[in-house]
Design a protein around this ligand. Structure first.
Ligand SMILES: Nc1nc2c(ncn2[C@@H]2O[C@H](COP(=O)(O)OP(=O)(O)O)[C@@H](O)[C@H]2O)c(=O)[nH]1
Ligand SMILES: [Mg+2]
Length: 94
């Protein structure tokens, strides 16, 4: 798939906590047009698991390869947990 970007200030990417993959994330990270855009990575549906293991999440998403400023934020679209925290981070890092 080919993407075209103009004037993108930030990237928000949402994963289901049980379905993590670095493919799209690293592909986006490599785009020339997105080099200055902070990446907010929302890990959604954390209300459905017992306890997220951060190290495993970092490894699965290969966060060491992300070139931009990034933040991983656990969230639940159902309860609202973490959503504003993530957006606050983005606001401060634009
Ligand atoms: N428990 C829970 N369910 C969610 C959450 N976010 C979305 N869902 C539900 O998951 C189902 C599929 O939605 P989702 O995976 O977000 O979107 P889709 O895969 O693009 O259709 C829907 O029934 C949503 O209501 C969440 O944080 N927690
Ligand atoms: Mg889904």
């Amino acid at each position: 798939m080919q993407y075209f970007f103009t004037n993108i200030k930030a990237v928000i990417i949402v994963f289901d906590v049980q379905n993590l993959s670095s493919d799209l994330l690293l592909k986006l990270s490599n785009y020339e047009e997105l080099q200055n855009a902070p990446f907010l990575i929302l890990i959604n549906k954390i209300d459905q698991i017992v306890e997220p293991v951060l190290n495993e999440i970092f490894q699965m998403l290969e966060t060491d390869k992300i070139k931009q400023k990034w933040r991983i934020q656990m969230c639940s679209a159902k309860t609202g947990l973490g959503v504003w925290e993530g957006l606050d981070w983005l606001d401060k890092n634009l």
